[in-house]
Ligand binder design. Structure first.
Ligand SMILES: *Cc1c(COP(=O)(O)O)cnc(C)c1O
Length: 315
């Protein structure tokens, strides 16, 4: 597939689609029902779904003549880590505005952020609006120093960046035509919006992680920006538990299951919730034996090594 001018290449496409017969059977499905789309293998520094979107926002930054990628996220943001990696690949600096305060000891994504040379700014305990304001403040400060920051939105999700997951939908349709359920973790919503635009809302089962306050409104807003009629979204809101940053028992079970059946490393925030959502969807009959299921492995493994409750996972 040729790259359009609005993308800079940051990974090798298409990502593989692999069978997961042991996991599939363990879920109560036919062994051939479940396949895994390996977007965790996409891109540098641990890889993950954000690299598809960064191919678009990186192109925008270069076109604008920027010299700094400026973005924001949670302390263990995979998007922030991959923005730092993308910036390095494009010869740009990176500034990451993160929620909260500096932890003692930088682990997981934060360790990689530092290794990749990013500047980290701690925004304190802020809501979404407060984080956006902290980004604007940092952009002003950088401009005052004569720098040219390019702001990449929270989670890398804008209507144009979400188009990257329309490309992923095309890959999936080529690799496994007629997939009935594409299971994806929903964070800032761009990945879900792109997949819905590419596959249709009825084929995308999105599992809310609690990263945004209103998952439905977030995805609808992105689809509207893309000029796509949304239809009825299939959102699972039952895996958030005590909140985005907290580990839940279904997620602990899902991480162990994926690891012990297929050797797959999932993360406690996103892909663990997505698999727990698939387990729940099989249990309540939303996904049935004999149906074609693709699980999007969207990456995030570095977050496991930065999660405060990671030790509970070993069991
Ligand atoms: C960010 C992220 C998601 C969710 O993607 P959005 O486009 O933000 O909804 C899923 N999985 C992982 C590992 C992520 O880092």
């Amino acid at each position: 597939m040729p790259l359009s001018a609005d993308r800079v290449p940051l990974a090798t496409w298409p990502t593989p689609l692999e069978p997961a017969p042991r996991l599939s059977a363990a879920l109560g499905l036919h062994p051939d029902d479940l396949w895994v789309k390996r977007d965790d293998l996409a891109g540098p520094a641990g890889g993950g779904n954000k690299i598809r979107k960064l191919e678009r926002s990186g192109a925008e930054a270069l076109a604008a003549g920027a010299d700094v990628l400026l973005t924001s996220g949670a302390p263990q943001s995979n998007h922030a880590r991959l923005s730092a990696a993308a910036a390095a690949r494009l010869g740009l600096a990176a500034t990451l505005v993160l929620e909260g305060t500096a932890p003692d000891g930088e682990r997981g994504n934060l360790l990689l952020d530092r290794l990749l040379g990013a500047d980290v700014v701690w925004a304190g305990e802020v809501d979404a609006a407060g984080l956006a304001a902290a980004v604007e403040e940092e952009a002003e400060r950088l401009r005052g120093e004569g720098r040219r920051p390019h702001v990449v939105p929270f989670g890398g999700s804008s209507p144009t960046a979400a188009l990257a997951y329309v490309d992923a939908a095309v890959e999936i349709e080529q690799q496994r035509p007629g997939t009935e359920h594409l299971v994806v973790a929903l964070g800032s919503g761009g990945t879900t919006a792109g997949l819905v635009a590419g596959l249709g809302a009825e084929r995308v089962l999105a599992v809310h992680t609690g990263a945004v306050a209103d998952a439905e409104a977030t995805v609808r807003g992105l689809l509207e920006g893309m000029g796509v009629e949304a239809g009825t979204l299939r959102l699972r809101l039952d895996q958030v538990g005590a909140g985005y940053a907290h580990l839940t028992e279904p997620v602990v079970a899902a991480l162990r299951l994926a690891a012990r059946t297929e050797g797959l490393g999932l993360d406690p925030t996103y892909t663990g919730r997505a698999l727990a959502g698939l387990v729940a969807a099989v249990a309540d009959g939303d996904v049935r034996r004999g149906e074609r299921v693709v699980f999007l492995h969207s990456g995030g493994l570095p977050g496991l090594f930065g999660h405060p409750d990671a030790a509970r996972l070993a069991g």
